[in-house]
Design a protein around this ligand. Structure first.
Ligand code: DNO
Ligand code: MN
Length: 359
């Protein structure tokens, strides 16, 4: 298992590589080129420069999060073949800099959604939160403005301007598409790309939908154990795998997160784990919290043990953290709370290892 942190290159992150290097037990980062328009090939020179910067700081970069999927692929338009070709070219370039795992998502139009990016919690920290009614009342086009304005000047991942400009039209398109067609479009993408992922030795790791239920009539499919089983059976290659995000899947109270981790990790289909905690306010309303089990609804010990028991040897990162100690950073991606999260998970891991050794 390797513990990593997400980091945004090119001056897009207030957290520095030097700071990440000082978090005990963190060996590298999950990085991305945030400014490349969705659908374009990621240039090798840019990737090489990014790798050099990260390696020079004493860290590894073996994971990319995310290369977003062009809407034409999700919609199944004839133009998808060109975008799939570009995706494969990007995979080839990623392999040239030694990338081993690629996190992506297959959510239509929107990446994750929240109604607040900085909700004050009782202890004086700030966290992201989701209030279902509020999100439903938000016109997705205005929602884009809200997300941009609350994001302290950072373009939120998945909320890049070119993705937002065509939002309304896209939403209408998906509203008239059946979920079955959406699954078929996903399979078309996998069957085209996975053979190249095998060739280039890059594990594809899909991120669950967040929240894990349909919004604005948009299909959401990577949301339950049953749907994940269906997803994995679309293409049986071990290179067709998961980013298991405990917080995203945990928003659905019916999801048994340690059981989900155990089932898919034991099959060797989890390549990347996002570990974070959330606290439900009601069935579809929740706050993101500190990682510690007692701060939320998820049992981080059981989750870590599920990975440990199944000999998980992929990548783990603490997912979103709160803003604490006065930090102002990209929502969810400050330094301090994620560093606490990383060391908490590493502490659980060490304890489980030593208990098994009988120490
Ligand atoms: C939420 C985050 C996401 C994730 C992307 C991956 O839990 O981890 O923003 O990075 O959806 O494509
Ligand atoms: Mn996640």
């Amino acid at each position: 298992m390797k513990m990593i942190l997400r980091w945004f290159p090119g001056g897009n992150d207030s957290v520095t590589l030097e700071q990440i290097r000082q978090i005990p037990g963190v060996s590298g980062v999950a990085a991305c080129l945030i400014d490349i328009p969705v659908g374009d090939v990621w240039p090798l020179e840019r990737l090489e420069a990014m790798k050099k910067e990260i390696n020079d700081a004493g860290l590894e970069v073996e994971v990319i999060e995310s290369v977003n999927i062009h809407e034409d692929i999700k919609k199944g338009l004839p133009t998808r073949d060109q975008y799939i070709e570009n995706y494969i070219k990007t995979l080839e370039n990623l392999s040239k800099i030694g990338i081993k795992c690629l996190c992506y998502n297959f959510m239509p139009v929107l990446d994750w959604a929240r109604s607040e990016l900085a909700l004050p919690l009782e202890d004086g920290s700030y966290a992201m939160a989701y209030r279902h009614e509020k999100v439903l009342e938000m016109n997705p086009n205005n929602m884009a403005d809200v997300m941009q304005s609350q994001s302290l000047g950072y373009a939120l991942p998945g909320w890049e301007p070119e993705r937002l400009s065509v939002m309304q039209k896209d939403i209408e398109f998906y509203q008239s598409m059946s979920t079955e067609t959406y699954w078929e479009n996903m399979k078309y993408f996998l069957d085209a790309v996975i053979p190249y992922a095998e060739k280039f030795d890059i594990k594809m790791a899909i991120h669950p939908d967040d929240p894990p239920w349909p919004l604005y009539g948009l299909p959401k499919v990577i949301s339950t154990a049953e749907n994940i089983r269906k997803f994995l059976s679309l293409n049986d290659s071990p290179y067709n795998g998961l980013t298991l995000c405990t917080g995203s899947l945990g928003a659905n109270l019916n999801n048994d997160i340690p059981a989900i981790c155990r089932e898919f990790s034991s099959q060797g289909r989890v390549h990347f784990a996002h570990i974070r905690n959330i606290k439900h306010i009601s069935e579809k309303d929740f706050n993101e919290t500190a990682h510690l089990s007692e701060c939320g609804d998820l049992d981080l010990f059981e989750i870590t043990k599920a990975f440990h028991d199944t000999d998980f040897n992929g990548y783990i990162r603490p997912d979103h953290g709160r803003m604490i100690w006065g930090e102002k950073a990209r929502p969810g991606y400050g330094l301090y709370d994620r560093a606490l999260g990383a060391n908490y998970i590493l502490g659980l891991w060490e304890a489980i290892t030593k208990m098994k050794e009988g120490k």
